[in-house]
Design a protein around this ligand. Structure first.
Ligand code: TRP
Length: 349
């Protein structure tokens, strides 16, 4: 990728945060021989603001778009969140609104508007419908049950949904964007938990006469409470949101970020901290770009020279300007810009 794009590798690649792939080398070979690809990623709009974990695939996709100068489609699955949510107080219209709001955070990441199409399923489903039907006919109920764990009491919308997430993997789902290029290669950056959808997609692709999409997967971003806990949109203290103020950031890190440090200063200085479980260190490994600084922190913290309070202060110092820049950019995204980026139109390569 470095030699093809003339750019240094993204830290997410250098550090194995994007750690696995399917057919990435084929995408790169095709690109090298003059066949461009398009990027496809997405988000289920379940909360007003995105947290740092949600940002990982978008930050990386934006980097790929800029490095390769390729088009990108971004699916907002308002339908998915409506069908899968157990919260019956939320209406379909609420998820549509969240999709619209989330599009602002996504645009603020820096996507190139000339090369990007963001769509909510409830707006755009019609154009994808022929591909959705072909996919649905090619997957049996038994297969879907085995992949997604549906059971007989799940609503019927859930059973049909995987085909909706699969359809954007095929360029013929976007006639207004790609015109006659109905079999463009597709690369999907996503978190590893989305892989089942795309294993299904890759399985059906040859049956429909389409290329299999390529994938590149990221690891999970841990919750503040530690590696084996889950970030929850309904529990604000489990995650740092891109909308958090400097004060909220500071409080969350100091109060909730799980520490791998010793129980007392004496113990910490004697045995050192454990970077494998320390959330502040983990977050720094995602967001501190300077490799040498990160390595110095790892050594000093592991040896006990750097204290828990100090590694937390470092994390706050790294994240605060990132949040501030994001909020600044987001405040400049208007409804008019969203309307434009959500309008199907020819994308430039
Ligand atoms: N299902 C994903 C979620 O819940 C959203 C999504 C749709 C997606 N299409 C995608 C994620 C493609 C990654 C790639 O967030």
């Amino acid at each position: 990728m470095e030699s093809l794009t003339g750019r240094p590798l993204h830290p997410f690649l250098r550090r194995g945060i994007f750690f696995s792939h399917r057919d990435l080398q084929e995408i790169l070979q095709l690109y090298e021989s003059g066949t461009p690809f398009y990027l496809y990623t997405g988000r289920g709009p379940s909360s007003d603001a995105l947290h740092l974990g949600h940002m990982i695939p978008f930050l990386f996709t934006q980097y790929l778009q800029e490095a390769f100068q390729v088009p990108c489609v971004i699916q907002l699955t308002d339908d998915e969140k409506f069908l899968f949510s157990k919260d019956n107080s939320k209406k379909l219209e609420d998820y549509q609104r969240l999709g619209w709001e989330n599009a602002k955070d996504i645009l603020a990441v820096g996507f190139d508007c000339e090369r990007t199409f963001i769509f909510r399923d409830t707006d755009y489903i019609g154009t994808m419908y022929p591909n959705i039907l072909k996919i649905q006919k090619a997957v049996t109920y038994n297969q879907a049950k085995a992949i997604f764990g549906f059971d007989d009491s799940d609503n019927i919308g859930k059973h049909g949904f995987p085909a909706v997430q699969a359809a954007p993997s095929f360029s013929s789902s976007f006639p207004q964007l790609f015109g006659s290029q109905t079999n463009l290669p597709c690369l999907i950056p996503c978190a590893i938990d989305q892989d089942p959808y795309f294993r299904m997609t890759r399985d059906v692709a040859p049956k429909l006469g389409y290329r299999k999409p390529a994938l590149i997967h990221s690891k999970f971003f841990p919750a503040l409470q530690g590696e084996n806990t889950k970030m929850s949109a309904s529990m604000a203290h489990t995650a740092i949101y891109v909308s958090d103020t400097a004060k909220q950031l500071k409080t969350k890190v100091n109060k909730y970020a799980f520490s791998g440090g010793g129980a007392t200063i004496e113990e910490h200085q004697k045995h050192g901290g454990n970077c494998d479980i320390d959330v502040s260190y983990k977050y720094l490994s995602f967001f501190l770009e300077d490799d040498e600084q990160l390595e110095r922190i790892r050594q000093e913290y592991s040896s006990g020279k750097m204290l828990t309070g100090e590694i937390k202060a470092k994390l706050i110092q790294v994240l605060q300007p990132l949040l501030e820049r994001h909020q600044q950019r987001r405040s400049q995204v208007t409804d008019e810009m969203i309307r434009k980026v959500m309008t199907p139109r020819q994308l430039s390569f």
